[in-house]
Design a protein around this ligand. Sequence first.
Ligand code: BT5
Length: 320
Amino acid sequence: MSNLKQEILKLLKSDRFISGQEMADRLKVSRTSVWKSINGLKTEGYSIESVTKKGYHLKEHPRYISPTALKVLVEGSSLFTRMEYLETTESTQIEAMQKLESQEGAYVVVALEQTKGRGRFSRPWASPKNSGLYLSIVLRPNIPITEIIRFNLFISLALSEALDAAFGVESGIKWPNDIYIKNKKVSGFLTEVVSESNVINAIICGIGINIYKNEDVTALGTATDIESEIDPDREIDLDDFMKKLIHNIEVYYDRFINEPFSSIREEWKSRSIVFNKKLKITETNESYVAKVLDIDSDGFLEVLDEAGEIRRVVSADIEL
Ligand code: BT5
């Protein structure tokens, strides 16, 4: 049998109240083992209450993702073979890259804190302890490196939809790699690639999501977090969000491998927040103001600049 804590967590999540005896009977273990596992889950942050004559129940969700929850996710995953859990690290991107040789297949590295979290172009990503989710996913698609733009489009949809489903918010995609709620950035991702002869060996996609309010993040002025945006009557359940995110990544990764961008283009456009606005666009050495007209079948933006010229934008920063 898999780890007892995982099985007990599953039972606690499926029933409103469940007695220690019932858990012991269902899992064919002693009540002492059940009790020890419950204590283990409490140490991981689960608030488990025992009510006389009713049994145990999950009172509050932990403010951070737990190692046991990750193990439950790997068990049910059709894609990921391992999920590594770290209390703290410089960057999950670095951790994920260091494991490329020793770890086969697709895997995930999750941290509760990053001391040197980074965004694109080595910009910093504020990653305070127990305030956000910081993870890197490793995938090995074996396709031409030029496909990476399309990958970002599929992943942004997976992320935005998971946020909305788990937290009841209305997030939007800011091309190429940001997720916004009401004009503020709640999440960003960074896609790095290891390739040989223009074929991808591995994609290392790092995702950062602001969950709880934190001064380091609020101080940026352009950022928000789920706690500030969620309906106050609704609970933040990180295990549920991770489950939905991993599921969406599995679904959209499969679609990315098998389908063209056109199959998600309308869905993607309906979530995009860059269309028909005048925005400042910064490409490598040039900044200009332009209106975003459309996104083509390759995932490049078509923009109309102030001189009336239509440009095709491959990689850029966009200011709203
Ligand atoms: C990104 O870069 O948005 C990609 C962020 C990826 C972070 C994840 S966390 C797990 C994994 N491990 C890592 O080390 N990184 C990945 P970019 O588009 O370059 O945005 C960076 C800019 O966003 C910064 O220059 C700040 O202005 C702003 N920023 C920094 N921290 C932020 C935060 N927590 N929330 C919102 N905005 C932030």
